[in-house]
Design a protein around this ligand. Structure first.
Ligand SMILES: NC(=O)c1ccc[n+]([C@@H]2O[C@H](COP(=O)([O-])OP(=O)(O)OC[C@H]3O[C@@H](n4cnc5c(N)ncnc54)[C@H](O)[C@@H]3O)[C@@H](O)[C@H]2O)c1
Length: 358
């Protein structure tokens, strides 16, 4: 923290990352937090905390913006987590996705620039799009230069506009560029975070229990296990992801708050290189883990089927092939290295779902 008691504006505080950040900030730090979100069911235990003030509203109405500006003036930092960020919606609600990740955020960037307040904005590793390797014959993954994601070097490559899956990535990229432009033209202090698959309790909803639609992959597989239905691998489950425990990720965010001079005016990948799996491997690991959690060894053979992305997500879907982050920025500037193995992160997350939803 820069001063004894940091004042924080947190937008989208009621979501997955916001809930974990609040847990740690309120438990470990002297701070005063004003949060905005439409939902608060993941942060119920903090609503009565004297250092936390919940504004149950959208961030995009003129009235809310006025209220947010008043708070920004008194605060040290604005942490922006608010977004529609569910892959199943990128091609099915493209206008809402673009609005949420670009137009709703733009006034907040302007407010931070006007008051010269540190804006910590959550972007996504999807801004990298597909890797160079994926466009080459035989998908050459031998050479890290062709697939490793480096914040300040890697080109950001997206598919055609008819593949509406890129609406999210493109809106996030434009938001990053606007933040950077304000930094260059009016010295806006900023930090852009590109998360690479944070996993942990409270991550998503379970369709039919506390939400509807198609959630992110972990909750899709989890729902299949809970409901005794097949797990579906989209396009064979060959896409690869690196998964980082939410607790390691929150450690990185807290280090940024503690070390503003190292964190400001930087873009950070936050992920875990050691925890890389294909979606097929993830499905298998999850059924093995669920067998351990429930003590029912039948789950080890839980059915896994494959489905086309067109059938699963609808028209206009296309996947990122691989996301292997270069983490040297976070290591060098913050002294951060993720520690939690995938097996532990999965066990904790799935145990939470089992206890709360089974
Ligand atoms: N979790 C990840 O692994 C991951 C990966 C890549 C990017 N991100 C980014 O990190 C941020 C937070 O992600 P998350 O996983 O916590 O998502 P989340 O969906 O759990 O949380 C987002 C929160 O924003 C709120 N919100 C959306 N629009 C709003 C509005 N107009 N007004 C007020 N609140 C609004 C939602 O109600 C929700 O509680 C997002 O910007 C997301 O794009 C997360």
């Amino acid at each position: 923290m820069t001063r004894e008691k940091m004042r924080i504006v947190m937008l989208g505080c009621g979501g997955f990352i916001g809930s974990h950040l609040l847990d740690r900030l309120l438990a470990e730090n002297e701070c005063e937090i004003h949060g905005w979100d439409l939902a608060d069911y993941k942060i119920k235990e903090h609503l009565a905390h004297p250092k936390f003030h919940m504004h149950r509203s959208t961030i995009s109405s003129p009235a809310a913006l006025q209220e947010i500006e008043q708070e920004i003036e008194k605060s040290d930092i604005v942490i922006n987590l608010a977004a529609i960020c569910n892959p199943a919606e990128y091609n099915t609600r493209p206008l809402d996705v673009i609005h949420s990740n670009l137009f709703d955020i733009y006034p907040l960037i302007e407010l931070c620039a006007k008051h010269k307040r540190w804006l910590m904005s959550f972007s996504t590793s999807e801004v990298y799009g597909r890797t160079v390797a994926s466009y080459l014959p035989n998908n050459n993954y031998e050479d890290p230069n062709l697939f490793e994601l480096r914040e300040n070097e890697t080109p950001l490559i997206m598919g055609p506009i008819s593949n509406q899956r890129w609406t999210y990535a493109c809106a996030k990229q434009m938001t990053e560029r606007l933040i950077y432009a304000h930094h260059m033209e009016s010295q806006l202090p900023f930090t852009v975070i590109r998360p690479l698959n944070f996993f942990g309790p409270k991550m998503d909803y379970i369709p039919g229990r506390d939400g509807e639609g198609v959630p992110r992959v972990l909750a899709c597989f989890m729902t299949a296990l809970l409901d005794n239905k097949p797990m579906y691998l989209v396009d064979g489950g060959e896409a690869r992801r690196t998964i980082v425990s939410i607790h390691d990720a929150i450690d990185a965010l807290l280090l940024m708050l503690k070390k503003p001079h190292q964190a400001q005016n930087q873009v950070f990948n936050i992920g875990n290189r050691e925890n890389e799996v294909t979606m097929a491997e993830l499905a298998d690991l999850m059924r093995q883990t669920y067998a351990r959690i429930t003590g029912d060894m039948n789950y080890k053979e839980h059915p896994i089927l494959t489905i086309s992305s067109q059938d699963f997500y609808g028209k206009g879907y296309e996947d990122c092939d691989r996301r292997m982050p270069d983490l040297s920025q976070a290591q060098t500037l913050l002294g951060w290295t993720p520690k939690i193995p995938l097996t532990d992160a999965l066990f904790e997350t799935m145990d939470f779902y089992h206890q709360n939803y089974a």
